[in-house]
Write a new protein. Structure first.
Lengths: 220, 114
């Protein structure tokens, strides 16, 4: 049985396709980001509570972070978000080839982010720091909490980056077969929303995990 | 289907806008990493400055890259409501984590007197 909708003049129309509901698709994506915000928000709340309890330990543990690699990843993610925004704009303007190039650049930068993160985690493993490692068990409770939260948050964030890379290849396939085009680009636009959210999370990871170790002295 | 006409003028305007926002975000990222070198602060000062910088960057990302500035009222309402709920959660957790035995004793004394 088909569904009927009525326009403002009370004329009946049969609904044949929901796929063009752009506003609905946008709202759905924002609702998904709502759940994501609650997920990462919960970790940030946990960070806030334990930062209050173990302030000096958190600051000391933060001094072990590699600022160069953290900074490099920040710039990589920032430029990747810019590339994806450009990809959407070029798609809207029906410049499909340029749009694909920016999408490919975003994929390359996302892979670069994961490679840098691999080297960063490897360096920490090399120093004997991983969740519940003997070295970490020998450290303070606060350092254990700090690194536990660091690996949880950056691991979850890295997982989002990996899923994003997979999704970008899927989006690229849709661009290649014409399902995403200048008239129908909501999938690309919604993916850009997801990628901007992943970028947004990283913007708050940097000060809380990387930068507090550079303060002059502990809590007052 | 996105039926709104996307003109060459719109294209040029959006390219310029995204370019400006990208440049601004790169500048703020530079300030984020250089702040402890040039504005040496204690923990509170560093944390405050860093979170202010992160919040400005967050605002630029949400407003321009995520188009919240031009989004519909329903989407704006969803986002504002989420941030509000998260804020409430932060306040509740903050109060809970700050509550030591003396506060609990005081609360119990007040409730016992009624």
């Amino acid at each position: 049985m088909s569904e009927i909708i009525y326009d403002k003049n009370n004329n009946a129309h049969e609904v044949t396709d929901f796929n063009d509901d752009v506003e609905g698709a946008r709202q759905g994506m924002w609702l998904f980001l709502f759940t994501e915000l609650m997920l990462f928000g919960g970790i940030f709340i946990t960070y806030a509570v334990y930062f209050f309890d173990f302030t000096d330990d958190f600051v000391q543990a933060s001094k072990n972070m590699n600022l160069w690699l953290g900074g490099l990843n920040t710039v990589i993610l920032l430029i990747s978000a810019g590339c994806l925004a450009m990809s959407v704009v070029f798609m809207k303007a029906n410049k499909v080839l340029e749009s694909k190039r920016f999408l490919l650049a975003t994929i390359a930068l996302a892979i670069a982010f994961i490679v840098v993160k691999y080297f960063e985690w490897s360096a920490e493993f090399h120093h004997g720091i991983w969740p519940d490692s003997p070295t970490l068990r020998g450290m303070s409770d606060g350092a254990n909490m700090y690194f536990g939260l660091y690996f949880t948050l950056t691991g979850l964030h890295g997982l989002h980056i990996i899923l994003g890379i997979v999704a970008m290849f899927w989006v690229l396939g849709k661009v290649n077969n014409g399902e995403i085009n200048a008239k129908k680009f909501i999938v690309l636009e919604n993916f850009a929303l997801y990628w901007d959210y992943v970028h947004l999370v990283w913007v708050f990871v940097v000060p809380l995990f990387y930068m507090i170790g550079l303060s002059t002295g502990g809590a007052h | 289907m996105d039926t709104k006409e996307f003109t060459e003028k719109d294209f040029q305007e959006q390219i310029i806008m995204y370019g400006k926002i990208l440049a601004l975000l790169l500048f703020l990222t530079g300030v984020t990493f250089l702040q402890p070198l040039f504005i040496s602060q204690g923990l509170e000062g560093t944390l405050f400055l860093q979170l202010v910088l992160a919040s400005i960057k967050g605002f630029l990302i949400v407003a321009y890259y995520m188009h919240l500035k031009t989004a519909s009222d329903v989407i704006k309402g969803t986002v504002y409501f989420t941030v509000f709920i998260l804020g409430v959660l932060f306040v509740i957790m903050g109060i809970d984590s700050n509550m030591d035995d003396s506060v609990l004793d005081m609360f119990q004394a007040v409730t016992a007197s009624h």
